[in-house]
Each structure stands twice: as C-alpha cells, then as structure tokens.
Ligand binder design. Structure first.
Ligand SMILES: [Zn+2]
Length: 185
C-alpha cells in the first residue's frame, strides 16, 4: 500500500494524488478492494445525497425522488454526498475508457449516444455507476467513470455495436480499470 502513511501526514498514491492518511483510514481505503469510497459499514441510515438526490437505505443507494423529498422535508435522513458524487467532486475516477481511430470521429454522435444510454441503464440499477467526464483529448475520446465495472461495461457495449479492438486492463494494486477501444475504418 503506497499511501499508508504516518498518521496525519500527506501521502501520495501512484497517480500522484495527495491524501491525508487520516482521511484515508476514515474512507476505508485499506479495506476490501481498496476503493477509498467503499461504504463505511457504520454509515447511518437513512441518508440522502444532496447533490444527486440518491437515497441510502438497507445498505443500498437508489434513486427515488419522492422518497428523497419526503426524507429531506421531514429531516429524517442524514444529509451527505454519495460515493459517486464524492468521486466526481474530487475527480477520482475508477475507470478510464480511451477511444481511438478515425472511425470514432465519423460515428461520434452515435458512439456518444451508446455510452450515455449504457450509463443511464447502469445508473438505474446502481446510482453509483456514472460517467464523470467524457471529453476529446487530441485524437482520443476519454471517458472517466466512477466505478471500474462501468468502464468495462462501456467498452464491451461499444465493441458489440461497432466491432473494433478492445483491451481491458485491470491494475492489480488499485481498483482502476483501463479500457481502450480502437477502430480505424
Ligand atoms: Zn450523489
């Protein structure tokens, strides 16, 4: 664990980002899949995310706008930011999908729609799976996701619809999934 430091000191992970080690421990970075945003087992329930309106109950996050409104108006829930919103605020992707090749730019709209569509389907099942960024960088289209699983899913869905060359890399030291997809013509 590169970022397990002395209590309260600044440490960096392998991407060079700095964390307070004390905060890391609170986030449970050393537990399970090393995801710093994995739910603390003791998170109070119910809770609501004031950014995206997700509701947390029975150890699950889900979208239910009426329930969100009710809980908030009646002050019956802890107000917080869900793990996905925390990752978006702090630019902490767990999945990076890079798309390349001329074919991409000739079918850009269609491809973007596939990705948005797959995101919406994933998000309906699990509010924590989101695209946090989708931007052109030079000749590449780069998509960052809040969960590794979503990055893999986007790559597979795109490749199914527009056969190209798909690579999926799971780094073993950190829960980061890197997906690349390429098609020239
Ligand atoms: Zn949220």
């Amino acid at each position: 664990m590169p970022n397990k430091g002395i209590h309260g000191s600044q440490v960096s992970d392998r991407k060079g980002r700095k964390f307070e080690s004390e905060t890391d421990q609170k986030r449970g970075r050393n537990r399970r899949n090393l995801d710093p945003y994995v739910m603390e087992e003791g998170r109070p329930e119910p809770a609501v995310c004031i950014r995206c309106h997700a509701v947390y109950k029975n150890k699950h996050w889900y979208f239910e706008e009426n329930e969100f409104k009710y809980l908030r108006e009646n002050r019956e829930a802890v107000e917080t930011a869900c793990p996905a919103c925390q990752k978006i605020t702090q630019s902490y992707p767990e999945g990076v999908v890079t798309l390349r090749g001329d074919y991409l730019w000739h079918h850009e709209e269609e491809i973007r729609n596939i990705l948005k569509n797959e995101e919406n389907k994933a998000m309906a099942k699990n509010p924590l799976e989101r695209i946090m960024r989708m931007e052109r960088e030079g000749d590449d289209l780069v998509i960052e996701t809040t969960e590794e699983k979503l990055a893999e899913h986007l790559g597979r869905a795109l490749n199914k619809a527009h056969q190209g060359e798909l690579k999926i890399d799971w780094s073993d030291e950190h829960s980061l999934c890197r997906v690349t997809w390429e098609r020239s013509a």
